[in-house]
Design a protein around this ligand. Structure first.
Ligand SMILES: [Fe+2]
Length: 147
């Protein structure tokens, strides 16, 4: 694979992640509703803000950027959630999806290094940082309180 191809997977995974976090923002229920609703809202907004930049880097590499739900679902390794899970399961699922995001980002990083794309390396490093932070917050939310 080339860097541009790996960035197309990143773009599709980012959309899939955003759609799922937004789905959970809309549908989460329970006694922690206000915090969870806000947490999922901040999460999808942060990842959404990266999408345009990823897409424009694909163009910088002289490749065309995919832009349809059909292509995104072909390219994404993150699967959509058709049901409404309980709040705890929403976090568990996003923890797994966040790992897929990090795997994908690391793969993009390996190609960026191969192709000496220093600007894109910087960008990917920032995204890895952001998803490491998301992972921490998701895991901290899942953790049971100490008795
Ligand atoms: Fe909202």
């Amino acid at each position: 694979m080339m860097l541009s191809e790996s960035l197309k997977h990143l773009l599709a995974n980012s959309y899939a992640f955003v759609i799922k976090a937004q789905q959970f923002h809309w549908n989460v229920e329970g006694p922690n509703f206000p915090q969870y609703h806000e947490f999922f809202g901040d999460l999808y907004a942060e990842v959404y803000a990266s999408i345009d930049k990823t897409a424009e880097y694909i163009r910088t590499l002289d490749s065309y950027t995919p832009g349809s739900m059909e292509r995104f679902s072909e390219l994404s390794q993150i699967r959509g959630q058709l049901k409404i899970p309980r709040a705890e399961l929403m976090f568990a699922e996003l923890e797994q999806d966040n790992k897929i995001m990090l795997d994908c980002l690391n793969q993009c990083m390996a190609f960026a290094k191969q192709e000496n794309a220093f600007g894109i390396e910087n960008y990917l490093a920032e995204r890895i940082d952001a998803h490491n932070k998301h992972g921490w917050m998701i895991r901290a939310t899942l953790k049971k309180e100490r008795a």
